[in-house]
Design a protein around this ligand. Structure first.
Ligand SMILES: *Cc1c(COP(=O)(O)O)cnc(C)c1O
Length: 369
């Protein structure tokens, strides 16, 4: 079997090559921030966000955001159990304690009622994750957060281009973070962004992001506090600018690929696919199905092994973080456990052709038959 279908891959066109070539040839000296300025502006416009801080990673953006909120030792941050570890690792970087809560079975994202039940006098922030492009029930979470005076961070690393009631995921709560890792909807190689509409948070982030220097300070090298260093380079921003200019196309292709899967596998019963409830647009970063009751006899990992033998790089859904050694906790999160152990991510990237999807769909149907 010679066919190889990757799990994820960026789309690089002549535009990306031209911008990066220009940046490396001319983006120095007086022009050393040109692409960063343009990238910031284009990304802010795309999201409808006031302030954008490009970073070296989404993990770094989260560290910066938590620090700007003043989260520290003794504080608790409410987080979903079912997510990539990078959502939660930065909570530990600032010395705070993650408090894990279950997912809703229908959105696969954090359960707002469980968030409210987890609030204590030590809670300092709520971190939600738009998993695989699916949307968090933000109305409910933001209502609870407001009632308790707590800030909300949206991890939109997997939901660039998703929309909630007409607004872009990641631009709605107090802070939003994005990833431009090579597996994500747009890439800068490695990279990310921290965004906000709150001027007070933007001012705090600007100081932290510059090793503690305040732009109002006249003295060079005068640092008013210990900061962080997670800046994106101008070279990465050149790649990022080209990708932002193509975002509608990049997101559109993901939606098309998801549609192809649904069409090809529409006849297979009891597979629960990424939801797209009324009032939302799902960017379908990862086309994912959860094996239903009818497939209780099917071993998910054997299914993945069969895909691998057929040259298809499908992936398991995330392990609930409380099942991993760093966070090992004795907790009862049945939805996170079910979604995590019964979920399969299918390949999705720009260059996939309808016949690739047909091939993957054939394998899925065959293994389940
Ligand atoms: C990819 C990802 C991150 C981390 O992004 P990096 O840029 O690799 O730091 C964080 N959260 C979620 C949900 C992700 O999928």
């Amino acid at each position: 079997m010679s066919r190889q279908i990757l799990y994820a891959k960026p789309s690089i066109t002549q535009r990306e090559i031209d911008y990066v070539t220009d940046a490396i040839a001319t983006g120095w000296g007086e022009r050393c921030y040109d692409y960063l300025v343009r990238f910031r502006q284009a990304f802010a416009e795309y999201l409808g966000s006031q302030h954008v801080f490009p970073t070296a990673s989404c993990t770094g953006a989260l560290h910066l955001g938590l620090a700007a909120l003043g989260v520290g030792p003794g504080d608790e941050v409410i987080v979903p159990d079912l997510t990539w570890i990078a959502s939660v690792a930065p909570v530990t970087y600032v010395g705070a304690t993650p408090v894990f809560v279950d997912a809703l079975r229908d959105t696969w994202c954090i359960d707002p009622a469980a968030v409210e039940a987890a609030i204590t006098p030590r809670t300092k922030a709520i971190l939600v994750v738009h998993l695989y492009g699916n949307l968090v029930d933000l109305d409910a979470v933001l209502t609870i957060a407001r009632r308790h005076g707590l800030p909300v961070i949206e991890d939109a690393a997997e939901a660039l281009g998703s929309e909630y009631q007409g607004r872009k995921a990641g631009s709605i709560a107090d802070l939003g973070v994005f990833s431009f890792h090579g597996t994500k909807t747009m890439t800068t190689g490695e990279g990310g962004a921290l965004v906000t509409n709150r001027d007070d948070l933007a001012a705090a982030i600007a100081v932290l992001d510059a090793h503690g220097r305040n732009s109002k300070e006249k003295r060079a090298f005068w640092c008013e506090r210990i900061g962080l260093k997670y800046k994106m380079s101008n070279l990465q921003a050149a790649l990022g600018l080209a990708q932002v200019e193509r975002l509608d196309e990049l997101v559109g292709k993901r939606r098309e690929v998801f549609g192809w899967y649904r069409e090809a596998l529409g006849d297979v019963p009891d597979l629960d696919w990424n939801p797209e409830p009324a009032g939302t647009i799902n960017s379908f970063w990862m086309p994912t199905f959860i094996l239903g009751q009818r497939w209780a006899h099917v071993d998910r990992d054997a299914l993945l092994a069969a895909f691998q033998a057929a040259g298809i790089a499908a992936r398991p859904a995330f392990y609930p973080l409380t099942s991993l050694p760093p966070f090992a906790a004795d907790c009862h999160h049945p939805n996170s456990r079910e979604l995590g152990t019964r979920g399969v991510n299918l390949p999705s990237y720009f260059d996939l052709l309808p016949e690739d999807i047909a091939y993957v769909a054939d394998q899925v149907a065959e293994v389940l038959a």
